[in-house]
Design a protein around this ligand. Structure first.
Ligand code: AHR
Length: 653
């Protein structure tokens, strides 16, 4: 009896494996145009994404403005050699009130401060480093400042000296080369000579920033974004837009202009999670709105700023600005449009030009509030949107749909926003892997004439272990790929999508999974990153039907599929996901064409272990493998491996 059951099972599995499935792609029947913005990036300063991450500044608390002014700093020679005083200039310098006064007590002993960086300073052998400081000697003392980069055993690996300070504040700069690669270096500042040195804005940047810009971004991290070919860049978040309370909401005007005039505030992820307290997390705004616009331009992505709509984070204080007090918020939005697009003769266009970009940034999209919900949101959205629509009708507005993809708040907001003819509605889903499979048809029945969807934050949240990157499993990426075929199939409704969050520092994260992991010197794409990259790099221009048994494919026999054509290059591109534990033999007939090339490009992502993930040590364990697939006639034969994602691209006539 047992044997028979066993054989029957083997036979059944054999049939499942090898019974060929017939698929058809109707190449000559384009359904929807794919928006250039379809696959984009969500950027938020969470997990050390900006300060300590993409913003290449290596000094933490460079202007002594953290709650604890010496956080990140340690005194060298405290007591006999000298002491430090923190002076507050109060109204004389509201955005940057504090500075440090280093008092060196003797001519023989040096005294100073050491900065620990963001979990260390990551430095590279033979690379120049640019040090700068704003300083003065208030009593005209003759002092020298020794700058020493030290490795983890306190060996000096780079140094420089600044002397002849004046009595007025002035920026001093010097460049030195690091003689070693070190992920956890420190920077020592040592005063020599008896007297007082006042210091502020202590800064160290690597020479190899993105496009070698001073005060720039980490080139390796930007390169990862560039390689995605994103359609848009949403910034600066995320909950960071809202703030824990309104006092610490994101205010874009305070993030532009000279660095030393950008007012630092706490990062709301600093204390958000008890289990991941990060007390040294602040926003220096070295990466501010001007730099975000510049980054969008560099990436060839549409800028999509999100502004605060008079509401603090509803998971925290939920503070509201009264409706009759909303005017400054509305003005901020109007001024932002002028900053991005206005002529250089306008007030805010002039500021853009002064910062180095006289040409407009070509802003087309603006988000009103982040992840808000409730009647209070609708009231504020209405007030802000009505003015924007009147003054800047060319700007498409993104409205919020709350934090959940399917609850009362979500349905209420959709109903209200639809009635208001909202342009785009921002849906968020941090859900389990099965949800992503079950929702591959989510948009099939959305109203084609209603507001368009911005799937603005999503990620498949599954199992993990203590390893930071372990929540970015192949399971999470594979289920996202399956779901994304549904996004693509519905490109007439879904206009923008972005995975969230974007970055995670392995030693300083608060939230996971994240798309890209890094430490002070290395970076790794997750399997999820490569899935995003494949969809975005093989975007096409129009969707076309891909059918099995004359129906779209969204879970039948554990298969998920979408197809697009690229009218410019004359290519058809298929995306196929097999989530089954067995192979699937597919015979894919392409109809409505004269002929196909002899070979297709085939890209496969696969792992037999759904719980496998990439690490900084093995960053490409799960990544795309490219090959050629021979074709005959107008048919593609594919033996789709179990738990695999394929992209197949071929030229047609
Ligand atoms: O992506 C992390 C957070 O998730 C975002 O800041 C917020 O919008 C959402 O709750």
């Amino acid at each position: 009896m047992k044997r028979i059951i066993g054989n029957t099972l083997i036979l059944l599995i054999g049939l499942v494996c090898f019974a060929q499935k017939q698929l058809t792609v109707q190449v000559n029947q384009p359904v929807a145009e794919i928006q250039p913005t379809m696959w984009g990036i969500f950027f938020e300063d969470i997990n050390f994404g900006a300060d300590g991450g993409i913003y290449a500044e290596l000094i933490k608390n460079r202007s002594f403005e953290f709650y604890k002014p010496l956080m990140g700093w340690r005194e060298i020679g405290r007591g006999r050699a000298g002491e430090v005083r923190i002076i507050n200039r109060m109204d004389a310098n509201p955005p940057n009130p504090r500075f440090a006064r280093l008092i060196c007590k003797t001519d023989t002993l040096s005294y100073g401060l050491s900065n620990e960086g963001f979990r260390g300073l990551g430095v590279k052998k033979d690379l120049p480093y640019h040090f700068s400081i704003i300083a003065r000697v208030p009593e005209n003392d003759k002092l020298r400042l020794k700058i020493e980069l030290i490795d983890s055993v306190s060996k000096i690996i780079g140094n420089a000296v600044i002397e002849e300070f004046g009595t007025d504040w002035k920026k001093y700069q010097v460049t030195f080369i690091s003689s070693a690669t070190e992920p956890r270096a420190k920077l020592n500042l040592l005063v020599e000579g008896k007297g007082m040195l006042d210091i502020d804005m202590v800064s160290l940047f690597p020479d190899d920033t993105w496009k070698n810009r001073p005060n720039g971004l980490r080139a390796d991290l930007v390169q990862m974004l560039y390689d995605l070919k994103p359609g848009f860049l949403r910034f600066p978040g995320g909950c960071i837009v809202e703030g824990h309370d309104l006092d610490v909401r994101y205010q874009w005007k305070k993030t532009i202009g000279p660095d030393e005039e950008r007012e630092l505030i706490v990062n709301r992820w600093n204390t958000e999670f008890m289990h991941k307290h990060t007390p040294d997390y602040f926003q220096s705004f070295g990466l501010g709105f001007y730099e975000y616009f510049l980054l969008s331009e560099d990436l060839g992505a549409e800028p999509l700023p999100i502004i605060n709509c008079g509401m603090a984070c509803q998971f925290n204080t939920g503070e509201l600005v009264d409706l009759d007090q909303l005017e400054p918020f509305i003005q901020d939005a109007l001024d932002l449009v002028e900053f991005a697009n206005g002529p250089t003769t306008s007030k805010w266009g002039k500021k853009r030009a002064e910062m180095g970009h006289p040409e407009p940034f070509g802003l087309k999209y603006l988000g009103i509030g982040n992840e808000q919900w409730g009647e209070q949101y609708i009231e504020r959205y209405k007030a802000i949107a009505s003015v924007l629509k009147e003054k800047n009708p060319e700007i498409q507005l993104v409205a919020a749909a709350g934090p959940s993809p399917n609850d009362g708040r979500f349905h209420y907001l959709w109903k209200e926003l639809k009635a208001l003819n909202a342009d785009l509605i921002d849906e968020h889903y941090y859900m389990n892997p099965n949800w992503f499979l079950d929702n591959a048809r989510r948009y099939d029945n959305y109203d084609r004439k209603g507001p368009k969807v911005f799937a603005g934050e999503y990620a498949s949240h599954g199992p993990s272990n203590d390893d930071p990157t372990s929540r970015n499993t192949w399971l999470s990426a594979l289920t996202e790929a399956a779901f994304m075929t549904g996004l693509e199939r519905n490109a007439d409704v879904v206009y923008m999508t972005s995975y969230a969050p974007l970055f995670g520092h392995v030693n300083a994260w608060q939230w996971r999974p994240d798309l890209i992991w890094f430490d002070n010197l290395r970076v790794a794409g997750t399997p999820n990153y490569y899935v995003q990259k494949l969809f975005a790099n093989y975007k096409g221009t129009h969707t076309v039907p891909i059918l099995m048994n004359e129906k779209t494919i969204a879970g039948e026999d554990s298969l998920y599929a979408s197809a697009v054509i690229d009218k410019k290059s004359g290519e058809v591109i298929l995306k196929i996901v097999n989530t089954a534990s067995v192979k699937s033999m597919l015979k894919i007939k392409l109809s409505g064409i004269k002929s196909l090339d002899k070979h297709a490009e085939i890209i496969r992502m696969h792992s037999n272990n759904l719980l496998e993930y990439n690490t900084l040590e093995e960053p490409a364990k799960i990544s795309p493998m490219t090959g050629k697939l021979p074709l005959s006639g107008k048919t593609i034969e594919l033996q789709a491996d179990e738990k695999a994602f394929y992209v197949i691209k071929v030229k047609y006539k």
